[in-house]
Design a protein around this ligand. Structure first.
Ligand code: IVH
Length: 699
C-alpha cells in the first residue's frame, strides 16, 4: 500500500486515552466479574466502554485483540482447527468413599516416604476444561481438552469470557514471579442462574434446551460464532498452572495464589490441608454446601501441594497419581421396567414414564423414571420388560441411563394417538419431539395447571396437593384458578381420598390449612402470580423481571411486544406468547374473576412512586444464607423484592444486609470480614414488617 493511503497516525493523546480507558475497564471488569465486588454502576461502566469504542472507531489502528472492546466476539470461525497440547491433558482418578481416599494417601506417602502429606482441596467444577496459553502476558491460544493430546482452537471464544484476563501487565507478572509465557488450565462453567435463563431463552425461541449446565458450557464455548459465546454467561476458573509443560512453583497453593494475584478467578472454596483426616473433613464440608453454590460441582479434588512430589509419584497413562477426585455417592441401581405409562402436562405435552420394579437408590425407593419422549425411548432401545440402570442425581426426577439386558418377553411401547385422559387426538408439531393433547380444557391439563399455580415457587398454596386437585377437577368444582378462591372449609373437609388401605377424609384441620394458604396467596408478589398463570415460555426468573418492569398485571397485560422485548431474556417468541395470553378473552375474564375474588398481587414499587410509608427494605440489597425456619429462602427473597429490595447471591461492600439462617455458609464469614450488617430470621421479619407474613403455621 502506498504510504499516502495509510491512515493518519493516531495523535498521542488519543493513544494515551485509549490506554487509560483500557486500564480502567480492565480494572472494573476484574472487580465485577472476578471479585464479585463492583465499585461503579453498570451505567458508568458502559460509558467507559462506549468511549473506548468511539476512540477505536476513529483510530482503527489502535484496536488490538486484547482490547476489552473485543469481548463481544469477532468474525465466525470457518471451521474446526486443532492444535497439540503442551503436555497431555489428563483426567482424574476417582475415590468413591473414605477407604479410597485413605488408600490414595497411603500410596502417596509410601512413594514419597513421608508420614504425613500436605494437600490442596478444590471443588470439582462441573463444566468443560480449557487450556489457555499466554505469551508476553497476552492470550495467544485457547484450546479445548479434545482427546487430551490435541484440542480444538477456540481462542476468539475464550476472549469473550469476562473472567479471563485478556492481558496481564508486565509489572503484575513480575510481582508474582510468573514467567511472561505460561499456560493456565481450568474449567469453563455456566452458573446455575445463567443456565436457567439460557434455557428459558432457548424455549422461547423454540430452540432445543440444554440438559444441564455442563452441556450448556460445552456447547457455548465451542460455538463457531464467538459473538454467540459472548452472549452466554460463562466463567473460567483456573486450577493448574504450567510453563514449558511443567509446574512453575514448588507449591500448587502458591500457583493458585499467583494466578489470583494477576487477575484470574481462582475458586474461593479451596484449602490447604494436612493429612487425610483434614481431606475427609473438607470433602464433607464442600458436599454439604453444594446446593448453595451458584454453579454445579460433581465432587472435590485433592492435589499434593508439593509439585516436586508430582514428578516423583508420576502418572498412569490416564491420570496423575498426585491428584484424585471424590465422586458423590453412586446414584445408580439396576432394576426392571415393568410398564410404561404417559402423563399429560399443563401445556398438553404427553410424557412417557417408566414404571419400575421398586429399587433403592441412595436411600430413596425409586419406582418411576422419566422417559421424556418417544425419541428418548428409541435412543435407549428400551422395551417393556428390559433390565435397566436408573440414576438419581441431586433432587431431579430419576432417569434411565441404559438398558443392561433385554427382557425375555419384551414388548415395545407405542405413544398413544389419543389423550389418555380426555380421548382428544394428540398432535406432534413440526420439528418438535413432544406430542401434545390439543384440548385446552382437558382435565389432566387443568389439573397440572392448578398444581403449577399452587406450587411453592408460584402462589405457594399450602396443602393443595395432587389428589385434592385431582378430586376438585374430577368433580367439576374447579374449572379454573379463580374457582379455587370460592372454596370454603365446609366444601373441602368432607372430600375423601380413596387409598388401598381405607378411605380418609381430608378433615377440618387440613381443609383450614388449604383455605388459609389460598387467603395468603391473594397477596403474593406479582412475579409469582405471573409465573403461576403458566404463560407458555415464561419461567420463574422471567416472571420476576417482568414484574420488576411492569408494576401491575394491568400494565403487563397492556404492554406492547416492543415494551416486552425491552425486558432481559424476553425475545420475540416470548413476547408473542405473553401477548397471545393476555389477548385471549378467556384469560382476561379469568384475571377479572381472580381480582373479584380478592387476588391482589403485591407489585414492586417503582422508585419514582414510593409507598406512602416506604418499607425499610426498599432500595436495600440482601444476601440470604443458611436455612430459615418460618419461610424458605425463595419466599424470603420474594417478599424482599416485593417491598422494593434486591436479593443477590454474593456478599460485597454494596450488600446492606446478610440474613443468616441455620448452618450459614461462607457468606457469613465474608459479611463479617466486610463489616456488613448480619440479621437473623427475626431481624428480617422485623424489617419485612406486617407484609412479612408468616408461613405455614395457621393450621
Ligand atoms: S485437575 C491432571 N482440578 O475434572 C489433573 N480438574 O477428570 C487435571 N475439573 O478434565 C485436572 N475441577 O475438567 C482439576 N479443581 C479441578 C477441577 C478439575 C473440575 C475437571 C477437569 C478434568 C476433570 C478430571
Amino acid at each position: 500500500m502506498p504510504a499516502d493511503t495509510l491512515p493518519a497516525p493516531a495523535p498521542d493523546d488519543a493513544r494515551e486515552r485509549v490506554v487509560e480507558l483500557r486500564r480502567r475497564i480492565t480494572y472494573h471488569e476484574h472487580r465485577y466479574y472476578v471479585l464479585d465486588d463492583p465499585e461503579i454502576g453498570d451505567g458508568e461502566f458502559d460509558a467507559l466502554l462506549r468511549e473506548l469504542e468511539r476512540f477505536e472507531a476513529e483510530h482503527p489502528e489502535l484496536v488490538t485483540p486484547d482490547s476489552p472492546s473485543q469481548r463481544v466476539g469477532g468474525a465466525p470461525r470457518d471451521g474446526v482447527e486443532k492444535a497439540p497440547h503442551s503436555s497431555a491433558m489428563l483426567s482424574l482418578g476417582n475415590a468413591f468413599d473414605d477407604a479410597d481416599l485413605r488408600d490414595f494417601d497411603r500410596r502417596a506417602r509410601e512413594a514419597l516416604g513421608a508420614d504425613v502429606l500436605d494437600y490442596v482441596g478444590e471443588l470439582k467444577l462441573d463444566g468443560v476444561s480449557m487450556a489457555v496459553r499466554y505469551g508476553a502476558g497476552r492470550i495467544v491460544v485457547a484450546l479445548t481438552r479434545g482427546d487430551g493430546e490435541h484440542g480444538e482452537v477456540i481462542t476468539p471464544n475464550a476472549r469473550t469470557l469476562r473472567s479471563l484476563p485478556l492481558a496481564i501487565p508486565g509489572a503484575a507478572l513480575e510481582r508474582s514471579g510468573l514467567p511472561y509465557d505460561f499456560e493456565v488450565r481450568g474449567e469453563v462453567v455456566m452458573p446455575k442462574e445463567a443456565f436457567a435463563l439460557l434455557n428459558e431463552r432457548q424455549r422461547a425461541g423454540d430452540r432445543t434446551t440444554y440438559a444441564n449446565p455442563r452441556n450448556a458450557a460445552a456447547g457455548s464455548i465451542r460455538m463457531l460464532d464467538p459473538s454467540a459465546t459472548a452472549s452466554r454467561r460463562l466463567d473460567f476458573y483456573p486450577y493448574f498452572l504450567l510453563a514449558g509443560g511443567v509446574p512453575v512453583y514448588d507449591s500448587h497453593w502458591a500457583s493458585l495464589e499467583a494466578l489470583a494475584a494477576v487477575g484470574f478467578k481462582v475458586n474461593r472454596h479451596r484449602a490447604r490441608l494436612r493429612g487425610v483426616d483434614e481431606v475427609l473433613a473438607f470433602r464433607d464440608d464442600c458436599m454439604r454446601r453444594r446446593e448453595e453454590l451458584p454453579y454445579e460441582i460433581d465432587g472435590v479434588v485433592f492435589k499434593l501441594d508439593s509439585t516436586a512430589s508430582w514428578r516423583r509419584v508420576g502418572a498412569t497413562s490416564k491420570s496423575p497419581r498426585w491428584a484424585i477426585a471424590t465422586k458423590p455417592a453412586a446414584g445408580q441401581a439396576e432394576t426392571v421396567v415393568e410398564g410404561i405409562d404417559v402423563q399429560v402436562g399443563r401445556t398438553g405435552a404427553i410424557t412417557p414414564r417408566a414404571l419400575l420394579r421398586p429399587v433403592e437408590v441412595r436411600g430413596v425407593t425409586v419406582s418411576r423414571a422419566t422417559l421424556h419422549n418417544a425419541d428418548e425411548i428409541a435412543r435407549l432401545g428400551l422395551r417393556i420388560g428390559d433390565r435397566v440402570i436408573v440414576e438419581r442425581s441431586g433432587d431431579v426426577i430419576p432417569k434411565i441411563v441404559r438398558v443392561v439386558a433385554e427382557g425375555a418377553d419384551r414388548r415395545p411401547f407405542r405413544m398413544p394417538v389419543a389423550c389418555p385422559n380426555c380421548a382428544s387426538p394428540v398432535v406432534r408439531e413440526a420439528e418438535e419431539v413432544v406430542v401434545r393433547c390439543v384440548n385446552v380444557s382437558c382435565p389432566a391439563r387443568l389439573k397440572e395447571s392448578i398444581l403449577h399455580f399452587a406450587r411453592r415457587t408460584a402462589m405457594d398454596i399450602d396443602g393443595l396437593g395432587e389428589w385434592l386437585v385431582d378430586t376438585l377437577v374430577a368433580e367439576g368444582r374447579v374449572k379454573d384458578f379463580a374457582d379455587l378462591y370460592a372454596l370454603a372449609v365446609e366444601d373441602l373437609a368432607p372430600l375423601t381420598k380413596v387409598t388401598k388401605v381405607s378411605p380418609t377424609r381430608l378433615g377440618e384441620k387440613a381443609a383450614a390449612r388449604v383455605v388459609a394458604g389460598l387467603e395468603r396467596s391473594k397477596q403474593a408478589p406479582l412475579a409469582r402470580l405471573v409465573y403461576g398463570l403458566g404463560i407458555r415460555h415464561v419461567g420463574e426468573r422471567t416472571a420476576e423481571l417482568l414484574a420488576e418492569r411492569f408494576r401491575g398485571l394491568d400494565d403487563l397485560a397492556a404492554a406492547s411486544p416492543d415494551e416486552l422485548e425491552g425486558v432481559e431474556g424476553v425475545g420475540p417468541r416470548m413476547a408473542e406468547s405473553i401477548r397471545a395470553f393476555f389477548d385471549a378473552a378467556r384469560n382476561r375474564e379469568l384475571i377479572a374473576r381472580l381480582r373479584e375474588r380478592g387476588v391482589k398481587p403485591l407489585a414492586v414499587e417503582a422508585p419514582s412512586a414510593p409507598a406512602a410509608v416506604p418499607s425499610p427494605v426498599h432500595g436495600k440489597t440482601f444476601v440470604l444464607t443458611g436455612t430459615l425456619q418460618r419461610m424458605t429462602r425463595s419466599q424470603a427473597g420474594g417478599r424482599i423484592r416485593a417491598l422494593g429490595g434486591t436479593v443477590t447471591s454474593s456478599v460485597s461492600r454494596k450488600t446492606d444486609y446478610v440474613v443468616a439462617g441455620e448452618s450459614p455458609g461462607s457468606k457469613l464469614d465474608r459479611a463479617r470480614a466486610l463489616a456488613v450488617e448480619v440479621l437473623d430470621e427475626a431481624g428480617l421479619q422485623a424489617l419485612l414488617g406486617s407484609e412479612g407474613g408468616e408461613a405455614g403455621d395457621e393450621a
